[in-house]
Design a protein. Structure first.
Length: 66
């Protein structure tokens, strides 16, 4: 049973998250030959204040560029 976990920054529309789930499921089916019903996908929305790269949160980065 393939299990895929993905973390994304919060704020994406539900339709976009749904499309991501479908694309990930299809990729696992195509690459591993797994049965579609056996693929598990968990998408975790992370607050931009709780995600950092280079000691700068995504929220801080957005504020600097906006």
């Amino acid at each position: 049973m393939p299990f895929v976990t993905v973390s994304i920054a919060r704020g994406r529309p539900p339709e976009q998250v749904r499309a991501l789930i479908s694309a990930l499921t299809d990729a696992v089916v195509d690459s591993l030959g797994a049965d579609k019903q056996s693929v598990r996908v968990i998408v975790t929305d992370v607050s931009p204040t709780h995600w950092a790269a280079g000691d700068i949160t995504l929220a801080e980065r957005a504020n600097r560029s906006g």
